[in-house]
Design a protein around this ligand. Sequence first.
Ligand SMILES: *[C@@H]1O[C@H](CO)[C@@H](O)[C@H](O)[C@H]1NC(C)=O
Ligand SMILES: *[C@@H]1O[C@H](CO)[C@@H](O)[C@H](O)[C@H]1NC(C)=O
Ligand SMILES: *[C@@H]1O[C@H](CO)[C@@H](O)[C@H](O)[C@H]1NC(C)=O
Ligand SMILES: *[C@@H]1O[C@H](CO)[C@@H](O)[C@H](O)[C@H]1NC(C)=O
Ligand SMILES: *[C@@H]1O[C@H](CO)[C@@H](O)[C@H](O)[C@H]1NC(C)=O
Ligand SMILES: *[C@@H]1O[C@H](CO)[C@@H](O)[C@H](O)[C@H]1NC(C)=O
Ligand SMILES: *[C@@H]1O[C@H](CO)[C@@H](O)[C@H](O)[C@H]1NC(C)=O
Ligand SMILES: *[C@@H]1O[C@H](CO)[C@@H](O)[C@H](O)[C@H]1NC(C)=O
Ligand SMILES: *[C@@H]1O[C@H](CO)[C@@H](O)[C@H](O)[C@H]1NC(C)=O
Ligand SMILES: *[C@@H]1O[C@H](CO)[C@@H](O)[C@H](O)[C@H]1NC(C)=O
Length: 421
Amino acid sequence: MVLFCLVILCITLLINPILCYIPESRVGHNGLVIQNTLLILGGWKYSSNLTKKYTDEIFYLNLTQQFDVANPSWELVLGGNLPLYSYFSAAFVNTFDDNIIYLIGGFMSNITTGEYDYSNLAYMYNYSSYEWTTLDVGNVTSRQETVGIINDKGIAYIFGGFNRTNATTSEGTYYNDMRIFDVSSMKLSPLSITRNLPSPFSSYTANLLKNGIIVYIGGQEDSYERYPNLPYKVLSLETLRLFNTKKSEWSYMNVTGGENIDPRFMHSTVLSKGEIILFGGCANNFSRINTKLAILNTNKDIYEWTIPSLSDSPPQIFGHSANIHGNYMIVTFGYELDNLIVNSQIYLFDVNQYTWVTTYTPPPVPPKNDTNKKLSKALAIGLGVGVGGGVVLIILVSMGIVFFKRRKTKSNTLEIPSSSM
Ligand SMILES: *[C@@H]1O[C@H](CO)[C@@H](O)[C@H](O)[C@H]1NC(C)=O
Ligand SMILES: *[C@@H]1O[C@H](CO)[C@@H](O)[C@H](O)[C@H]1NC(C)=O
Ligand SMILES: *[C@@H]1O[C@H](CO)[C@@H](O)[C@H](O)[C@H]1NC(C)=O
Ligand SMILES: *[C@@H]1O[C@H](CO)[C@@H](O)[C@H](O)[C@H]1NC(C)=O
Ligand SMILES: *[C@@H]1O[C@H](CO)[C@@H](O)[C@H](O)[C@H]1NC(C)=O
Ligand SMILES: *[C@@H]1O[C@H](CO)[C@@H](O)[C@H](O)[C@H]1NC(C)=O
Ligand SMILES: *[C@@H]1O[C@H](CO)[C@@H](O)[C@H](O)[C@H]1NC(C)=O
Ligand SMILES: *[C@@H]1O[C@H](CO)[C@@H](O)[C@H](O)[C@H]1NC(C)=O
Ligand SMILES: *[C@@H]1O[C@H](CO)[C@@H](O)[C@H](O)[C@H]1NC(C)=O
Ligand SMILES: *[C@@H]1O[C@H](CO)[C@@H](O)[C@H](O)[C@H]1NC(C)=O
């Protein structure tokens, strides 16, 4: 009887992973590591006639399971599709509640009408209940191509960006103000800073160091659409823009090694032990870059770029996302400059060995200190089985107690979020 029940239980548990999903290629999406999953939302893809096509589905990779880049087990989130089409927006996870994602700004259009619609600039997603909530973040204007980077106090920093005023010509305005979004008030408000302001720019990356400094890398100061005859509107990697979140001050650093790496925008960066790993992007006017991957060591007084020698490398892409989890930088999708196609691949960079790899191996099971969802799920299944339910229940409860004890032993650790496009 016990065996019979366990067999049924195993079959039930095995059904979930079979519901695999094959996502389409995309650009300008958000990738977020949340609850041991890599969640992907937003972006645009090409339809068969090469017109832009928007997408509202949300899907994830389970980061507690091994996978191969050739065959990742994407799974569709069966609830809570995006309430709007969004791309090149800022998205981040609430420091204090890892059920909650904020989606702010970006190019936004109404799913029903298909028209650009900036009447609501911020949304909140509850990953547990699949509920989207429209936020009233205050009297602010829309921005695209920004990054939101949240600190341990629940304050997200969203710098400058772009506001496109003409969808036909892509004309717009670049900004250099620093806005903060506080998860407790859920308001977006500009910091009043007048000293040392950088020039306006967008399409950068941002990483928050342990000392409270946000390192801004690359970006676009102006576009070819606006000034077709002016070269070098893409930011160099030699002089970096630094924002001190503790003092609300800007400063600049001439770093070493940057002269050999092409200026770029629409690239990605992740932070690993004080090293910022830069990948992809494109140069002025969406042209090719000389170096796909470079590493900035911020543990030195003067930060230093190095270019690791890599035998194998993914194609040149931009508009992708990159996230760090365990030993890996996980790069997803983007636009492939070599073949001029939108990409549907995953690439894995081992941040300890500095090599591109093809297999993701999950980190040792991180016991989680929160309400025990697994236990309640297991209990629900146990109750549903009915035949010999009591026996199963006893087994499950004792399993649950062991599991619960293990999960309780872990202390809360703060992961400084790494940014992506
Ligand atoms: C491309 O196809 C979409 C439907 O997939 C259609 O709405 C759109 O009008 C088409 N555009 C052109 C230029 O044919
Ligand atoms: C991820 O995989 C683990 C182990 O198979 C499973 O217990 C968990 O429910 C999965 N998480 C999600 C969100 O699918
Ligand atoms: C999209 O447009 C429809 C029709 O105008 C409107 O009812 C709906 O509220 C809009 N959706 C959002 C998310 O603003
Ligand atoms: C998110 O959803 C869960 C499950 O429904 C709920 O318990 C929690 O209160 C929600 N969080 C917020 C901030 O709404
Ligand atoms: C919103 O801000 C703009 C510009 O800062 C100002 O002109 C406008 O009056 C404000 N609207 C409200 C409702 O406060
Ligand atoms: C931003 O762009 C929208 C249209 O895309 C426009 O309505 C709005 O006035 C612009 N805001 C500013 C401050 O230029
Ligand atoms: C956008 O630019 C086009 C081409 O210059 C022009 O015809 C159109 O009126 C502009 N639209 C707006 C809203 O300014
Ligand atoms: C960086 O170098 C440039 C050119 O050599 C110089 O003009 C600038 O003042 C330097 N900036 C800093 C912050 O040292
Ligand atoms: C920018 O790229 C476009 C499309 O590839 C090309 O037509 C144009 O000449 C380029 N402009 C410059 C200044 O290189
Ligand atoms: C687990 O979380 C609870 C509150 O959610 C907290 O009181 C407790 O100290 C945490 N335990 C550990 C070991 O961190």
